[in-house]
Design a protein around this ligand. Structure first.
Ligand SMILES: Nc1nc2c(c(=O)[nH]1)N[C@H]1C(S)=C(S)[C@@H](COP(=O)(O)OP(=O)(O)OC[C@H]3O[C@@H](n4cnc5c(=O)[nH]c(N)nc54)[C@H](O)[C@@H]3O)O[C@H]1N2
Ligand SMILES: Nc1nc2c(c(=O)[nH]1)N[C@H]1C(S)=C(S)[C@@H](COP(=O)(O)OP(=O)(O)OC[C@H]3O[C@@H](n4cnc5c(=O)[nH]c(N)nc54)[C@H](O)[C@@H]3O)O[C@H]1N2
Ligand code: SF4
Ligand code: SF4
Ligand SMILES: [Mo]
Length: 903
């Protein structure tokens, strides 16, 4: 029998694991060794010398963070010699720079201070040397106090090896040594993206949030673990609370983010305590709104809904649920629409986002969700990212891609018309014309088949309709694809070879694929590609749509859609309907699939929809052709908006209801990788604001239908009882790391990777897909393509991010991103104001000449209500998923001098 290898630490014998360092073996056995420079998960640098230990037989002390544990080793962690050495190291650190603990915001968190205290060392042993570098505070978020820096290098590792933003490094030598940016510029003028990972890892007070000096120190706050309420990555975070306020946010060291956050998650929380929060229900009066009681507001709504229901029928009403609110909120909202209003007219922003994913992947695999978990990206040999500006829109997830390239030699293919940041990490970057996705995907498959690089066993055993696919691919030769997409033949062929050589390759995609009138086709084509090479149901493979909103996956799972109940059970199936009637103890659930949001809003223009209850959505900025949206909403008999702020949509409402935000409620969000995670109440709501499900239940009560729950936990228990993929979920089980659905039983561990043995469908289905041009093409009058999307520093319609001054400082206004050639042709210089118009409207915005832009295409963020990109966008829909073509429309540019106009 193999004996376990052991190491002796402070006289006690411990087994150790292969490749463990002395430090790791000690930590695992709860023996304290101090560290300053050591950063978990990165290569040890041994820079700070504080972790020195005595090893029997060694000539000098050993840095435990870098030295491997060896069999029979005898280690002392606190011998006299070790303590002498640590005291000297600490004394030298304390005499270098200016360690003024009295005024330091790191008090309570500073490791140097804690060690000085533990080893009884002060800064008076040696003469102090002053810092050579002044404090830097001319960026929106981070203060760099070089006088406190001990040059441990953790921030450099955090930036380069964890977030892989490569903004800082150690520069200069000897006494001049310093953490620098390229060219030693300020952070503001560097590649820094203000993720704040450096602040989080700094063991002293050399890096801290700009507002830290006015806030309570670390020891004075209480931590509440919760989930970020911005994007679908679902980062786990700690809200630091004092005086009923969120004072600071830090990353929680657990999956999926392992401590990391992005700039919005870490710094974008001013909205929570904003003065502009809605605090009272409001009812429209002639020239504005009147504050009213909950009873008055709810009675008005209830009376109106009841009247429409009786006079015009339930299907004249619609409800928009929200991907921003919890599963529990969404479940109650759709239950309200189905059981109280009696309509399936329920939808939400997923329609504008991944409706084509849900439709496309359901047709191909039987389940429309991300197939593999986030951490699995690091197992891929090849990563194909397309139509996803990952570093800006799923920043923490992009770290997994960048680390896979940097440390695992994964090969990255980026296929995107814009020169997004990720192209810097890519081996191949293909630049298709917007709207030509089916052409290049078919082209890749054409090459793979021609060169016999496909996986015949997988195709035979796990799929159907391969022959149909094969035949459909014949015309898509590299030459033909080049003529449609602008991608060179050679580049396409080489890319096909790289993808096929992956074993496994992972596909990651987002809005550049879905937001097209051919969105469902694009998604099915990607599913074809992955099945062709057999990359399904395995680690490091899969087809991975990155879900956008914090809880858009959950809002779909909860049945926030017009055609399905919770768990995607069709409303048209009589057996399912009977089950739901029994579970909900109601009769006569509507058998008719409802309208989508892209149908409900236009239907208002014709009075086919008379009332809309919009919860946590802002279509007056986020829906295409907002000129028309406005007309439609104004035509409603009753518009109810339930939000945390007065939005552009709220301003048109008859009744506005104040909801609580994520920091004020309990519940769950389901992130992009299907991980159901807790959110927890940390502060109390402003004024009379109420939780979303509480408001809806009270409204149901007003309408004479009892819907009452003690708490969100009770709602989750009901969700589990009617939703097969959530059946095994309880709050207790979610506590630490959440659970990936499907989780069908209480003892089921959850399912990180889908489709392992069989597809949800049984067999995977190949689809023959023909390329179709976008609904609107360029023409002599509108010669440019407009594509729209996001910026790192703003989130959607800006209701939340625009409350944080620092985010607005970096991304203050809309702009038109354009290539220098196109700008020159239009006679425009960088920073000038131009008019951009489409067949639907016109906006003015500043020109931003950028290498990101490709000739012939301009890009505009859609975040800004002033100069809103959606004044221009096309409402053309994908015929299956009904998603609008937000990524392509035809526009023209006009120079409007003088350039000094600022709107
Ligand atoms: N900072 C920030 N993060 C966010 C959000 C936010 O508002 N702000 N929103 C969240 C939400 S809900 C979502 S859905 C996600 C969206 O995340 P993304 O989809 O990554 O965001 P978009 O900016 O819409 O960009 C999509 C990419 O598609 C490319 N593209 C445009 N047309 C085409 C095309 O025809 N083919 C291909 N292959 N690519 C094309 C664009 O150049 C762009 O790089 O982001 C989420 N994260
Ligand atoms: N041109 C163009 N348009 C687009 C896109 C694009 O790429 N280009 N992308 C589309 C996509 S993918 C999406 S997802 C949509 C997003 O469109 P929306 O969902 O309309 O945008 P948000 O700003 O996220 O709106 C959410 C609202 O919820 C509120 N809110 C936040 N938390 C809560 C809560 O707990 N309860 C309640 N009741 N309210 C809350 C916020 O204040 C905000 O007003 O935009 C779409 N529009
Ligand atoms: S700024 Fe902080 S983390 Fe960076 S080297 Fe200095 S002490 Fe270390
Ligand atoms: S990556 Fe997404 S979930 Fe994570 S902190 Fe940023 S916005 Fe929040
Ligand atoms: Mo989205």
């Amino acid at each position: 029998m193999k004996t376990k290898q052991t190491i002796t630490i402070n006289g006690k014998v411990f087994p150790f694991k292969k490749e463990e360092t002395i430090l790791e073996a000690a930590e695992r056995n709860e023996i304290f060794i101090p560290t300053l420079c050591h950063l978990k998960g990165t290569t040890p640098t041994g820079a700070c010398r504080i972790c020195m230990v005595e090893v029997k037989g060694a000539r000098s002390l050993v840095a435990s963070c870098a030295a491997p544990a060896e069999p029979g080793m005898e280690v002392k962690t606190e011998s006299n010699e070790v303590i002498r050495s640590r005291k000297l190291t600490l004394a030298l650190m304390l005499s270098s720079g200016y360690h003024d603990c009295l005024l330091c915001p790191a008090t309570g968190k500073c490791t140097l201070q804690a060690l000085a205290y533990r080893y009884n060392v002060n800064g008076r042993r040696f003469e102090t040397s002053k810092s050579r570098y002044p404090l830097e505070n001319i960026n929106p978020f981070i203060i760099r106090d070089f006088s406190k820096c001990i040059l441990c290098g953790r921030c450099v590792q955090a930036c380069n090896d964890v977030q892989v933003n490569n903004a800082i490094d150690l520069g200069y030598r000897g006494v001049a040594a310093k953490v620098v940016t390229a060219g030693d510029r300020t952070l503001k003028d560097s590649d820094c993206v203000f993720c704040g990972e450096c602040i989080q890892v700094c063991p002293v007070g050399a890096l801290y949030p700009k507002d830290a000096l006015h806030k309570p120190r670390y020891g004075e706050t209480e931590k509440v673990r919760t989930t970020c309420s911005y994007c679908g990555v679902g980062c786990q975070m700690h809200l630091h609370i004092k005086d009923n306020r969120v004072q600071r946010i830090t990353g929680a060291d657990t999956a999926p983010n392992n401590g990391s956050l992005c700039v919005k998650g870490r710094f974008g929380y001013d909205f929570i305590h904003s003065e502009e929060r809605l605090t009272h229900p409001l009812i429209r009066e002639k020239d504005g709104f009147r504050k009213v009681s909950w009873d008055e507001a709810l009675k008005k709504i209830a009376d109106h809904f009841t009247k429409i229901k009786l006079q015009d029928g339930p299907d004249k009403m619609g409800v928009l649920v929200s991907a921003r609110m919890t599963n529990e909120d969404n479940y109650i909202a759709q239950k309200f629409a189905r059981t109280v209003l009696k309509t399936n007219n329920i939808d939400h922003c997923a329609r504008l986002c991944h409706a084509s994913t849900v439709a496309g992947l359901a047709a191909s695999f039987g389940s429309g969700a991300m197939t593999n978990p986030i951490a699995d990206i690091e197992n891929a040999r090849v990563i194909l990212v397309t139509g996803s500006n990952t570093t800006e829109t799923h920043p923490v997830l992009s770290g997994f891609i960048k680390r896979a390239v940097k440390f695992n030699k994964a090969r990255l293919i980026v296929i995107d018309p814009r020169q997004i940041t990720l192209t810097r990490f890519a081996e191949k970057w293909l630049r298709p014309e917007p709207g030509t996705n089916v052409a290049w995907i078919n082209g890749l498959m054409h090459v793979i088949l021609k060169e016999n690089l496909h996986d015949p066993d997988f195709i035979r055993q796990r799929t159907i309709d391969f022959d149909k696919l094969k035949k459909s691919l014949e015309p898509y030769t590299p030459e033909y694809v080049a003529s449609l997409t602008g991608i060179k033949e050679k580049a396409l062929i080489e890319t096909a070879r790289i993808y096929a050589a992956g074993a496994p390759s992972s596909i990651i995609y987002c809005m550049g694929i879905t937001q097209h009138s051919s969105g469902t086709d694009n998604v099915k084509a990607l599913a074809n590609l992955a099945m062709l090479c057999g990359y399904m149901g395995i680690e490091g493979g899969g087809v991975n749509p990155l879900r956008g909103q914090n809880n858009v996956q959950g809002a779909c799972d909860m049945g926030g859609l017009p055609n399905v109940y919770p768990g995607y059970k069709p409303v048209t199936d009589p057996v399912v309907r009977a089950d739901m009637e029994k579970a909900w103890q109601v009769a006569d659930l509507s058998p008719i699939p409802g309208m989508t949001v892209t149908e409900m809003i236009p239907a208002a223009a014709e009075k086919k929809i008379k009332s809309l209850y919009i919860i946590g959505e802002n279509p007056m900025v986020s829906d295409p052709d907002i000129g028309h949206v406005k007309k439609c909403l104004k035509n409603l008999d009753l518009l109810v908006v339930q939000d945390i702020f007065m939005t552009e949509t709220g301003k048109l409402a008859h009744v506005v209801l104040p909801a609580t935000c994520f920091a004020e409620k309990n519940g769950t969000f389901t992130n992009t990788e299907r991980r159901i995670q807790r959110i927890r109440k940390a502060v109390s709501p402003p004024g009379n604001a109420l939780g979303d499900w509480q408001i809806i239940c009270r409204l149901a009560g007003q309408m004479g239908m009892g819907m009452s729950y003690k708490n969100s936990r009770e709602i989750m228990d009901e969700i589990a009882s009617v939703t097969p993929s959530y059946a095994g979920v309880t709050y207790e089980r979610l506590e630490e790391k959440g659970i990936h659905w499907p989780c069908p039983q209480k003892d089921h561990p959850g399912t990180p990777i889908l489709h392992q043995e069989t597809f949800t469908n049984g067999k995977g289905v190949f689809h023959a897909i023909e390329f179709r041009v976008p609904a609107e093409e360029t023409c002599p009058e509108y010669p440019l393509i407009l594509t729209t999307g996001r910026l790192l520093y703003q989130y959607h319609t800006g209701t939340m991010t625009m409350k944080t001054a620092g985010l607005n400082e970096i991304a203050p206004e809309s702009h038109i991103e354009i290539s220098s050639e196109d700008a020159q042709n239009a006679g425009l210089r960088d920073g000038e104001i131009a008019e951009l118009s489409s067949r639907r409207g016109m906006v003015t915005a500043r020109i931003s000449i950028s290498p990101k832009a490709v000739n012939g295409t301009v890009f505009m963020p859609f975040h800004y209500a002033r100069a809103a990109a959606n004044v221009l966008t096309n409402t053309a829909l994908d015929p299956v998923a009904k998603i609008p073509e937000l990524k392509v429309c035809a526009v023209k540019l006009r120079n409007i001098k003088p350039s000094s106009i600022i709107y």
